[in-house]
Design a protein around this ligand. Structure first.
Ligand SMILES: Cc1cc2nc3c(=O)[nH]c(=O)nc-3n(C[C@H](O)[C@H](O)[C@H](O)COP(=O)(O)OP(=O)(O)OC[C@H]3O[C@@H](n4cnc5c(N)ncnc54)[C@H](O)[C@@H]3O)c2cc1C
Length: 530
């Protein structure tokens, strides 16, 4: 059994080394990199205060368990963990094994005035699972022992699944029976079904398999007011759909214990390929045309010129260097963009779709480069988050932000969002690499995913202050361009202040009323979302 890292991404056995050429590239663009030392586990354990909760047989109160459930994966979380400066810890962690256990824990929390944080895989990147210091004790309810596929209805292609199952374990169970859910977020190794529902997560192949909203057919929640059962219908006109309230509820309504999900048979064939385009305009024109002509691809990921350059630089592979030189020789210079597309289905569908994508790409001067780049992406799709550990250890902090906006605003935002980050960094004399890709595509628009890398200094307060300025500048710009504050990461703590601009006062009142109906005493995950 591999041990999860306590202060970074993933398990302790897996590393993603940075090629020396990539480090040179980063130093040339960010300035000299200085590796720094992190706080040690034993020292941080020593900072965990005594639990304020009364003894209960279901509660674990040892400091290490509480530390390991205190934070997620946001940049402020990383700073707190790596510098050993964690402001608040849960007072206890419970790992229920049934809906009845969850009900008992909620009753206990109400009796002792504790707050409850439902915890899936702890992969939140926006502060969803952090204890907030409002004076009340905090109980984190980890769903990790609720991880089984309970029933599979082959005729209806519906599975009843416990909500604490991590993506990798869920797919192993389904695939052994010839099925797949097809939800593959980059955090797939650890993020859970309940977490996906509670945050409206997006899988990398959502274009083919659909978003979690379409997969989630019904389920069972335990709320402080009692159980909430959502029957699974193929469709229903019986008033507003309560599943919509649960999707994105971020632990505020109650604990999702089980979900009925729509599964599919495993595809016969699948492949990922690359096409280079000479400019952003041509690449975005081709990509939009693919989506609006309903080409049945399973994934499209279009990198901006800078992201294309960095992808090639960080790969550190000899064959990529040669391919890069070849591209430059045929006139694909600094403005070139890489589109990776996936095709999934029967062997015949894969062949036909691949042909149509390549033909359409050529109409926009695209140069198909076959499966090698696509295979590299596929091999690293769940490994690349490990790079964040290595980069941090070399002195580079990495963060991401994302939005979705109409096609008519995409190109302006592709320029404006990274520019806002660069300008915010320049204001305090730092350099940053900020680059984007379009990752989830719709007929009317696209999601824009921004990655930014900067040197992490020795002072955590200064580091956080600089990060806040960059994040805030980008958030204002993406909202000004008609984008949502989040396409897939959710709201948590970090996006809560941007929500009123999107939902309006009445909209927020409606949400508050729904949460209050299920949780009159305000036990559930306070401070998140609203
Ligand atoms: C490296 C990395 C890559 C990522 N890639 C993607 C991606 O491709 N797509 C994407 O959408 N997101 C991505 N994320 C973000 C994150 O993985 C998602 O938000 C995910 O859905 C969180 O699931 P989780 O099980 O880890 O939930 P947690 O982080 O444990 O919790 C998130 C929120 O959901 C609530 N919650 C969790 N389980 C339950 C439950 N059973 N009942 C009620 N509430 C619950 C929690 O209270 C909290 O508010 C990524 C994160 C990382 C660190």
């Amino acid at each position: 059994m591999t041990m999860k890292r306590w202060n970074g991404w993933g398990n302790e056995e897996t590393d993603y080394p940075v090629p020396p050429a990539a480090l040179e590239y980063l130093a040339a663009h960010l300035g000299a990199l200085e590796p720094r030392f992190d706080a040690r586990l034993q020292d941080v354990i020593g900072t965990v205060p005594v639990s304020r909760l009364p003894a209960h047989p279901a509660l674990e109160t040892d400091p290490e368990t509480r530390l390991r459930h205190a934070l997620g994966q946001s940049l402020p979380d990383w700073v707190a963990l790596r510098f050993g400066r964690i402001k608040a810890f849960p007072d206890a962690v419970a790992r229920p094994t049934s809906a009845e256990d969850v009900r008992d824990l909620l009753a206990f929390a109400r009796d002792v005035g504790a707050r409850v944080i439902p915890y899936g895989g702890g992969t939140s990147v926006v502060g969803h699972i952090n204890a907030t210091a409002d004076g009340a004790p905090v109980l984190t309810v980890s769903l990790e022992y609720l991880d089984q596929v309970l029933e599979l209805d082959d005729t209806s292609r519906l599975a009843t699944v416990e909500a604490g199952v991590a993506g990798s374990h869920l797919e192993r169970q389904l695939q052994a029976r010839g099925y797949t859910l097809g939800h593959f977020p980059q955090s797939f190794e650890y993020s859970t079904l309940g977490g996906w529902i509670a945050t409206r997560s997006r899988g990398q192949q959502s274009y083919h398999y659909g978003p979690i909203e379409e997969m989630f057919a019904g389920g069972h929640l335990e709320t402080p007011r009692g159980p909430l059962h959502l029957p699974a219908f193929p469709a229903s006109a019986a008033g507003p759909d309560l599943r919509e309230l649960v999707l994105g509820s971020e632990g505020r309504l109650g604990v999702i214990v089980q979900a009925r999900v729509r599964v599919r048979t495993r595809p016969e064939a699948e492949e990922f390929q690359g096409i280079f385009f000479p400019t952003w305009e041509k690449s975005v024109g081709a990509t939009r045309a693919m989506v609006q002509s309903d080409l049945p691809v399973s994934m499209l990921r279009l990198s901006s010129p800078l992201e294309t350059e960095i992808t090639l630089a960080l790969a550190g592979k000899r064959w990529i260097e040669w391919a890069d030189r070849g591209l430059r020789l045929v006139g694909f210079g600094r403005e070139r963009c890489l589109l990776i597309f996936g095709v999934t289905g029967t062997a015949g569908q894969v062949r036909r779709t691949r042909g149509s994508v390549v033909a359409l790409g050529r109409r926009f001067d695209g140069m198909p480069v076959g499966t090698r780049v696509g295979q590299m992406w596929q091999k690293n799709r769940f490994l690349s988050p490990y790079l964040r550990n290595t980069l941090w250890e070399h002195g580079v902090a990495v963060d991401t932000l994302e939005t979705a906006l109409p096609w008519s605003r995409v190109t302006a935002a592709v320029e404006a969002v990274p520019r806002a980050i660069v300008q915010a960094a320049e204001a305090h004399g730092e350099r940053v690499l900020a680059f984007v890709h379009l990752s989830h595509l719709y007929r009317d628009g696209a999601s824009l995913y921004t990655t930014y890398m900067f040197r992490r200094g020795a002072d955590p307060d200064e580091l956080l202050a600089h990060w806040r300025e960059m994040k805030h500048a980008a958030s204002l710009v993406l909202q000004a361009h008609g984008g949502t504050i989040t396409h897939q990461h959710g709201v948590g703590l970090d996006h809560a202040s941007y929500l009123p601009a999107e939902k309006g006062r009445l909209g927020l009142d409606v949400l508050r009323a729904a949460f209050k109906a299920c949780d009159p005493d305000g036990l559930m995950n306070p401070g998140k979302l609203l």
